[in-house]
Design a protein around this ligand. Sequence first.
Ligand SMILES: Cc1cc2nc3c(=O)[nH]c(=O)nc-3n(C[C@H](O)[C@H](O)[C@H](O)COP(=O)(O)OP(=O)(O)OC[C@H]3O[C@@H](n4cnc5c(N)ncnc54)[C@H](O)[C@@H]3O)c2cc1C
Length: 503
Amino acid sequence: MNRTEQLDQLKSNPHWDIVIIGGGATGLGSAIDAASRGYKCLLIEQYDFAKGTSSKSTKLLHGGVRYLQQGNIGLVLEALRERGRLLKNASHLSSIQPFIIPIYSLWEKWFYAIGLKIYDLMAGKLSIGKTTLLNKKEVIRDIPNIQQTKIKGGVLYYDGQFDDTALCVDMAATAIEYGATVLNYCKAIEFIKTNKKITGLKFYDSINDETIQINSKAVINATGVFTNAIMQLDDAHLHDYVTSSQGIHLMIDPYFFKGQNAMMIPKTSDGRVLFAVPWYDKVILGTTDTPIEKINIEPKPLEEEIDFIITHFNQYCSTPISKKDILSVYVGLRPLIKHDNIQSAKLSRAHALSVSTSGLITITGGKWTTYRKMAEDAVNNAIFVGKLIHAKCVTKDLKIVNPISKPSILKKIVSENPEMNQLIHENFDFIKAEIIYAIRHQMAMSLEDVLARRIRLLYFNAKVAIQVAPEVARIMSKEMNKNADWTIKEINSFSTLASQYIV
Ligand SMILES: Cc1cc2nc3c(=O)[nH]c(=O)nc-3n(C[C@H](O)[C@H](O)[C@H](O)COP(=O)(O)OP(=O)(O)OC[C@H]3O[C@@H](n4cnc5c(N)ncnc54)[C@H](O)[C@@H]3O)c2cc1C
């Protein structure tokens, strides 16, 4: 996965079957789908892969127990099927995660047990574990520091968990492996039209400060919360199609939440859902659902959102947390299909697809879990719009893998320079060779790409990420042949961003 090679590939052929705008889960999934069907496909992402919402999820592969409660059976069925497929197709970055719902009344016990039994049954052959009732002792055994007063027992159920950002990077590699051209730091800026139909695209490559124009038979807009902007680039008179709500997550040390089972609170005192989920050697707490007007690629947490999570987590666990215990706070924006007068929490999480009169295919909404189905729908429409010869979707069993063996590359980097075997930070087992690997094989272009989305230290511990930034930038500048100005600029801009992740 090398950017210069991808750019050469792009320049050797300006004619494409399908061009995809957006390098999050939906866009990368569409690139895999299109390339694996044999179409000539190009994907452009304005920043880095997964820089948008796709790196800021709760990292669950789920059918959405909550949507079952809302009676949205179709959505749950589809997501359960996709959960099962993703657990098989990306097994190196996903796993089955047991969840416990602590129970405080007999009524609750049967309500959740029956609901989750139905959820299990709906998964059919792709079921990943049986819902069972737990007594109080079993709940305490599995979550040793749960608040023990008033607890009557629990319900144990299973969902999936995954590494969203790492999966995006491997999805980019998989798309390339199937013949797609994939470029980060390229922003769509203008549609080219012939007889009012889209026939191409202009985009700006911010790494080389260059505007590039290409032709394409079909264009897919997979830009998440930026959907409106791209639709209005096509037709300035269009009303907003999506709206957005913000969700924050707090990363904490497992000292505050012990045990390998996650905890799910289906209804906090103010009616929201709260998760505490072990993730690598940390724990993610989340999330919130705050309607947002202004779209920002790096949204900021609100004080009241942080307070909500801390207050409610402390009601359920006996090792209370305060702001100083938060290692990192990250914030994502949900793209939600707009319906006037409906609260964001109640807006459907189903995906939607639209085709404009000029032929722009927009795919948005949905969930990470359902990205494959979203991609299949988008490419089916691109085939129709672009009048392409029909080829069947083959992604149901297609494995997402990085074809390069990371351990052998790391070994080679260390053999060239033994210093690269040193840890980046004493509390984390990332070695310096991983920085070189990210540059040579994962298209990392900036300090932020490495620290936020390749080794993800920013998410595990934002203060540590700032601490190691100068040394990581030094190694990067040497590898990438950059000067001192570049290094200083990278350290400054990364530190400014990372300070937003510190509470
Ligand atoms: C708080 C929160 C928690 C969530 N948790 C879960 C979960 O646990 N499980 C689950 O299944 N789902 C979850 N979701 C939903 C899931 O994360 C999203 O549905 C999914 O990531 C959306 O992916 P996307 O590719 O559509 O959008 P994005 O990831 O936002 O990708 C869109 C990309 O388009 C790029 N772009 C925009 N404009 C341009 C342009 N002009 N040119 C080029 N590129 C452009 C952006 O930079 C961005 O990278 C969660 C969402 C939120 C907000």
